[in-house]
Every structure is written in structure tokens, then in C-alpha cells.
Design a binder for this molecule. Structure first.
Ligand code: 6CS
Ligand code: FE
Length: 289
């Protein structure tokens, strides 16, 4: 039986998580950091990267944005503005950073085994031209559309610009990663690309969000952060982000680390797998920590 069945029933349902959030003994995260990550589902490590590293990543992210035909990109729903570039970790300088000792070590602490990159992306959120993202759990998508079996996966977000309320910083519901929202079956069919740019499937409704916020008296938390910070968040943490209402883009880099013991199966909602550059199933490389 699929404990995380989703998009197969008519109704939304909230069930308990059945996987650990982080391993018991962490080598790279302190006990305090580990317990905060476990409890809240996210952790911000200030000043993790040095400025030169961030400048290099930032310059490469800009190059991709200016030369989208040389990269794997998706556009904003109703325009040709680049929304995201995917599978960036296969090239430098992203490759070295994604495999670097301390970052991969933290990923191993969390997922409980050597990690590999399930997905990498740069979200550009162009000033006044990006629609933002609706409430969702990434795992719900990766389980149903990519066939990721269990919740042994973490996203490392590397801000390449200051993230503020005004430019659409990530917002999360602390603690929501301990339960799972099984979403209703989609009414129509939307392609992998469509659903990536303009999410339609796998969206928890207002009852689910209010169950986690109003029902548990939990405040939605806005992760305002700066370049050089590292933001880690659980694959099942509910999150959302608003459009960027400032004139400048807000660029963030993401590496999604999955446990090498949690490789993809057939998508659980019965569709064909998404392309390799959206969810890696064949070209994976174990990062030996
Ligand atoms: O479809 C995906 O894989 C992605 N979609 C969202 C809305 N968040 C995470 C992930 O990159
Ligand atoms: Fe997401």
C-alpha cells in the first residue's frame, strides 16, 4: 500500500508522516540545529558561503538567464520571461558547490545516507513579472509525478539575492512537514512543464492550510535571508511565495538532495515520468560523503 497516496482520491486528506525528518546522530549539524530542523522543518545557517563563491554562482546564474537557449528553462505562464533554469548542477560552478563536503555532509545528516541530486534549479522571479507559487509540499509532487518513494529528501536553497517580503521570499508553515496532505485527483490533464510553471495539481486547499495554521495556532513564517546564507527545508514542508512586486529580480539557487536509498520508482499517480532534467532517475551520481 502507498502510505503517501495522492491525486488518486476525490477528497483531500491529512495523514501522518511515516519517515524520520533527520538522522539521530548528525556530524555536520550541531544538536541544536538538528533539533530545530526536526521540529520546524527548516533551518537557516547565516553566512554559510563566502562572498566569492556567491559572486561566481550569481554571475553564472545571470549568464544562463541572458542565454536561455543554451539551458533547460521554463517560462512564466503567460510570457516569455524565464521563470526557472533546471538541471544546473551538471555544470560548473554549480557542480562543485553541490558536491562540496560540508553541504553534502549536511544533506547526508538529514537524509540518513549518501545523497544524490534529484533536481536542481534557479528560480529567477523577475521583478514585477513573476506569478509566485501556490501552497504545496514538494514531496507531494515528487511522489506522484516522479515516483519518489519516501520523505528522505531535503532542499538546500542558496539565495543569490536578498530575499524580502516585497520580492516574494519563501513562506513556510513551521511543523507542517510532520503530516502529509493527500491531494484530490486532478480533473484535467496538464503537462509536466505546464504544472511546473502554473501549478494546478497537488495543491492543498484552504481547509488544509487552516488546519495547520489556525487549528494549531502556528504563524506562517517568512524566510527573509541574504546572499551567503544557506536555507535547508524538508521535502514535505508546506510553502508558498508571493509575486515579486519590486522592479529587480530575486534569484535563488536550489539543490534537492535525495537519499541514495530512496531512488525513483514509477510515478505513483500512474503518469509517464517527467523528463530527466525535472526529476533525475537515470543520470544520478552518488555523492560520497
Ligand atoms: O515540480 C517541481 O518539481 C517543483 N515545483 C514546485 C512548485 N516546487 C518544487 C519543485 O521544484
Ligand atoms: Fe516548492
Amino acid at each position: 500500500m502507498d502510505v503517501y497516496a495522492t491525486r488518486v482520491f476525490d477528497k483531500q486528506e491529512i495523514v501522518m508522516r511515516e519517515d524520520p525528518v533527520i538522522s539521530v546522530d548528525t556530524r555536520y549539524l550541531t544538536a541544536i540545529q538538528a533539533s530545530q530542523y526536526d521540529k520546524l522543518g527548516f533551518l537557516v545557517i547565516k553566512g554559510f558561503f563566502d562572498k566569492n563563491q556567491i559572486n561566481e554562482l550569481s554571475a553564472s546564474a545571470s549568464f544562463i538567464y541572458e542565454n536561455p537557449s543554451q539551458a533547460l528553462t521554463v517560462k512564466e505562464p503567460k510570457s516569455s520571461v524565464v521563470r526557472s533554469a533546471l538541471s544546473v548542477h551538471t555544470n560548473e560552478p554549480f557542480l562543485s558547490v553541490s558536491e562540496s563536503g560540508e553541504l553534502a555532509g549536511i544533506a547526508k545528516d538529514i537524509v540518513g545516507a549518501n545523497p544524490y541530486i534529484h533536481q536542481s534549479r534557479i528560480n529567477y522571479k523577475e521583478g514585477m513579472q513573476s506569478i509566485g507559487w501556490s501552497w504545496h509540499s514538494d514531496f507531494e509532487t515528487w511522489h506522484s509525478q516522479d515516483g519518489m518513494p519516501r520523505m528522505r529528501c531535503v532542499t538546500a536553497m542558496i539565495p543569490l539575492a536578498k530575499n524580502t517580503c516585497a520580492n516574494g521570499a519563501l513562506m513556510v508553515i513551521p511543523g507542517s512537514h510532520k503530516e502529509y496532505v493527500s491531494c484530490p485527483a486532478p480533473k484535467g490533464h496538464s503537462s509536466a512543464e505546464d504544472n511546473f510553471t502554473d501549478q494546478k495539481d497537488g495543491l492543498p486547499n484552504i481547509d488544509a492550510i487552516s488546519y495547520f495554521t489556525t487549528g494549531k495556532s502556528v504563524d506562517i513564517f517568512t524566510i527573509e535571508c541574504d546572499p551567503c546564507d544557506l536555507v535547508l527545508f524538508d521535502c514535505n514542508l508546506l510553502h508558498v511565495s508571493n509575486p515579486n512586486v519590486t522592479p529587480e529580480k530575486r534569484t535563488n539557487l536550489f539543490f534537492v538532495y535525495n537519499s541514495i536509498d530512496n531512488q525513483l520508482k514509477r510515478p505513483y499517480c500512474g503518469i509517464n515520468p517527467r523528463p530527466e532534467w525535472m526529476g533525475a532517475r537515470e543520470s544520478i551520481k552518488e555523492i560520497k560523503v
